[in-house]
Design a protein around this ligand. Sequence first.
Ligand SMILES: [Zn+2]
Length: 250
Amino acid sequence: MKKSINLLIGTVLTLIFSVSIYIVDSYSLEKDNLELLILNNKYRKELKREIENINNISKCNSDDQECIKLSSSEKNLNYDTYKELLLRNLEESAIEEAKLEKIIQQEKQIEIKENNLEFIKGQWPVKEYEEVSSPYGYRVHPITSSLKFHRGVDIPAPENTDILSSDDGIVIFSGVQNGYGNVVKIKHFDGKVTIYAHNFINIVEEGDVVRKGELIAKVGSTGDSTGNHVHFEMIVNDKNIDPITGIEDI
Ligand SMILES: [Zn+2]
């Protein structure tokens, strides 16, 4: 009984989601494409979670007599139909997302051409902490003491301070990497990439669409680090640049 209720709730939620997407879609002229992309992205995440749930509950726990009592054909019929619907929605939303992504990229390219820019500048990733303890360029590495190129800037801030996305974009990596510790990498719609490293925790996941100024991680000292700070990198046309030159005037 509990499982049928779960299934029903799931179906109703999916329907509400589909309807809300439809409504938003019909007003798309008034909504900006990024908003639609974010909505679509959240919906797709929800679908993935639901499919995972279905995969889990269609396997009976050995101590769940209620689940075992259902004949397997009866159970599978329900789950299979529902799963099929979810998978179809997932496929459609992925296509929609790719379409929106392309449109936003084109909009940015127009903005770049019209203003004769190389890329679109972003915002500083930590509020109220503007000091740089270690600039971009050659420096004596604080841990190895050897002369090494520093590909970003270090911004000291207390542990757990919010780290904000420098611009609108899509998270291309969120996890742990050698040296970087917890690191978030974001690909922006104009093509630039920003990197935020040594985080205490990462808030966003790979595949998330983020807005400029959105919370993506918290300041920490993970990886090769001697204190709480954000190591912030900016990559334009596959080359690291001094992030200071890629930040808009306040
Ligand atoms: Zn650094």
